[in-house]
Design a protein around this ligand. Structure first.
Ligand SMILES: [Zn+2]
Length: 302
């Protein structure tokens, strides 16, 4: 336990529990990073956080978004990764709301926004990276994307639904961010989003060797408890938490990462293949117990 110099942005506590530290794999940010959890609201963060100019240089890097758009594994592994027991984002949104106006925050390459346009939604986007916004414009047309930080963008309209897929973990000022969402939602409007789960079994098991520790750009990791606390700050309440079976190979990928560093690549690759059935089983059990790799949330304006 330690007294932090920067307080928790959700509950303003200065008491953090140190969980582990690791060497920063990127050239941006401090060389050693610390993973710590707020004692009171469970919000988990990487410390020290990237500075504003460092975040800007990361998100103006063309390669960063090209990597995101590329398949991450071989065709065989991608086929396994595409197995889904949960609806895709577009189907999920329509399951919880009727068609109307939608604001997609952090639209990235614009894939989701394009799908929703084709489904007949009125769509607007916010994207802080100019590089990503240009890519998205090619899909959804000019004039639908505001480039900038959510906290600085000014919008005149309000929306039936606001979505943010894997965005919140990148946001340095979450309370200001959700405050804007509260302002932009129509009464009874829905905020629907997905993000990494701080309660993930794999994160708890593998710690600094966790395959999804995307640092330093993932600033905060949220559990259902800290998500509820964050939403409450903006007058929103949780309608549903769900725990999709995404990234079902993370157990095996984490095994490979730890063994590669401790023993060697050859043994790591063998163990990766041998542990694949266990990885699928882990993903299923984690999903059933709320400890999967991601949390999906439907929240409503009070
Ligand atoms: Zn806190």
């Amino acid at each position: 336990m330690k007294k932090a110099s920067v307080p928790c942005p959700l509950c303003l506590s200065n008491t953090f529990i140190h969980l582990f530290s690791f060497v920063n794999p990127r050239s941006i940010g401090a060389k050693r990073l610390y993973y710590e959890k707020c004692k009171f609201c469970t919000l988990t963060r990487i410390h020290p956080m990237l500075k504003v100019n460092e975040l800007e240089s990361l998100y103006s890097d063309v390669e960063y978004f090209e990597k995101l758009a590329k398949p991450i594994a071989t065709p065989f592994l991608n086929a396994i990764l595409s197995i889904r027991f949960f609806p895709e984002y577009d189907e999920y949104v329509e399951k919880h709301t009727s068609k109307g106006s939608l604001l997609d925050i952090g639209c990235g390459n614009g894939e989701f926004a394009e799908k929703m346009l084709l489904r007949g939604w009125s769509v607007q986007c916010i994207e802080k990276s100019i590089v990503a916004a240009k890519r998205a414009e090619k899909r959804i047309g000019i004039g639908k994307i505001k480039v900038g930080e959510v906290t600085e963008v000014d919008l005149k309209s309000s929306f039936d639904v606001i979505t943010a897929w894997h965005v919140l973990e990148h946001v340095p000022n979450p309370s200001e961010f959700v405050h804007k969402i509260g302002l932009w939602l129509k009464p009874k409007g829905k905020f629907i989003f997905e993000l990494p789960n701080a309660d993930s079994i794999n994160l708890w098991l593998f710690r600094q060797y966790y395959s999804w520790l995307m640092v330093p750009e993932h600033i905060f990791y949220y559990s259902p408890q800290s998500i509820a606390k964050l939403l409450d700050l903006a007058g929103l309440h949780v309608v549903e938490f769900s725990f999709p079976t995404r990234a079902i190979l993370n157990f095996s990928l984490s095994v490979r990462k730890i063994v590669a560093q401790k023993i060697g690549t050859f043994v790591a690759n063998i163990l990766f293949i041998v542990s694949l059935p266990l990885s699928l089983l882990e993903a299923l059990l984690a999903s059933l117990t709320g400890r999967s790799e991601v949390v999906r949330v439907v929240a409503s304006k009070n």
